[in-house]
Design a protein around this ligand. Structure first.
Ligand code: ZN
Length: 355
């Protein structure tokens, strides 16, 4: 999701929203089209980054220094992974589907390649999903990897995104490029970054299954945590981070958890995108507190920050395709979130223990 109600996004599908029919291409032509677009976007990132540095250097402004304070991620892999996860061959990755299993197998292989540790001996953490096919309960599987922290006193930060999306409807695949191949690929890049730049806290990189049927994977993690809940200082959750049509990324969580506010506000001037705080109070549709997996942590009174963009016309439509992603915004958002996690890692060292 993000869902607009506390229930399921099915209400969105039933709302009678118009769905644009996308032109059906052959698989081979679609693959070649996407590869070509990915290359263009990646080239665009390079051009954009170079332009930004030169402009800052020429002006002697603090902007150039600010750019260097953000973690450098692998932009080509970030965007390539988003394209891979939202390819038609993944079938939209709905829980319990062959495409979901294919995505999961690949995610596990990536965590192994990156070099992070499994959690409690395994990368795959199954649970019973709420969704049923016929009379059979569908199994969901969270994918978890871990980097051990340097500080003996430090506890755990959970950095997360859901990798599932919604099923094929009327023969159309809902590829879920923004929702939430974007968050998934960004979490992989943060796993790589913090594996190479070891944090103070232990970090669990969690890729949730079955979010779209009610935050079921994240709820399963909180119900049977592989580490004590009291030792989890925060959840940083990403859901829809690649489509900042106005260049804006929202961070929710500072209202219910004010210890997050100074960390977020210190990042605003350094962010590579327009970072706005909000969508975390008042209830209703504009309060995103419980509209993605961070809701499971909030229910357990675990502080969270949720990163995401405003809804867009392709939200929960078959047109949420990778070609629509703004590559420069996406890379900037990923770097900004990685910088937040790095600052949170330091700030949380002096937070009092939760009860
Ligand atoms: Zn989502």
């Amino acid at each position: 999701m993000r869902a607009t109600t506390a229930a399921f996004p099915a209400c969105r599908f039933a709302s009678g929203c118009e769905r644009r029919q996308i032109a059906r291409m052959t698989l081979s032509s679609r693959i070649s089209t996407r590869v070509a677009i990915a290359c263009v976007c990646i080239a665009g990132l390079t051009v954009g980054a170079c332009a930004g540095v030169s402009a800052g250097a020429a002006a002697g402004s603090s902007a150039a220094a600010a750019v260097t304070t953000l973690p450098v991620l692998d932009s080509a892999r970030l965007l390539g992974d988003l394209f891979r996860l939202s390819h038609d061959s993944m079938g939209g990755r709905p829980v319990g589907s062959p495409g979901n299993a294919k995505a999961r197998t690949w995610l596990v292989s990536e965590l192994k390649r990156i070099g992070v540790e499994p959690v409690a001996g395994t990368f795959e953490h199954p649970f019973a999903s709420l969704r049923r096919i016929g009379s059979d309960s569908v199994r969901g599987v969270n994918v978890l990897g871990m980097v051990r922290g340097r500080s003996a006193a430090a506890k755990t930060i959970v950095v997360s995104a859901h990798y599932d999306h919604v099923p094929v409807r009327n023969g159309q695949i809902y590829n879920g490029a923004d929702d939430n191949a974007s968050g998934t690929a960004a979490v992989l890049q943060m796993a790589a970054y913090f594996n190479a730049n070891r944090p103070e806290h232990t970090m669990i990189f969690a890729l949730w299954d079955a979010e779209e049927v009610g935050l079921v994977g994240a709820r399963a993690f909180v119900a049977k945590p592989p580490v004590p809940l009291a030792g989890i200082v925060a959840n940083v959750n990403l859901d829809m981070v690649a489509r900042g049509d106005k260049g804006e990324l929202y961070a929710a969580g500072a209202s219910p958890y004010p210890q997050m506010r100074p960390v977020l506000e210190s990042l605003v001037p350094d962010a590579a995108v327009t970072l706005r705080l909000g969508h975390d109070s008042g209830g209703g549709q504009n309060d995103w507190t419980n509209q993605s997996d961070q809701g499971a942590f909030n229910a357990a009174k675990i502080p969270f920050v949720y990163f995401g963009v405003e809804d867009h016309p392709d939200y929960h439509q078959p047109t949420d395709d990778p070609e629509k992603v703004n590559g420069k915004f996406y890379y900037g958002a990923a770097r900004t979130i990685a910088a937040f996690v790095a600052r949170l890692d330091r700030a949380a060292l002096v937070w009092p223990a939760r009860n």
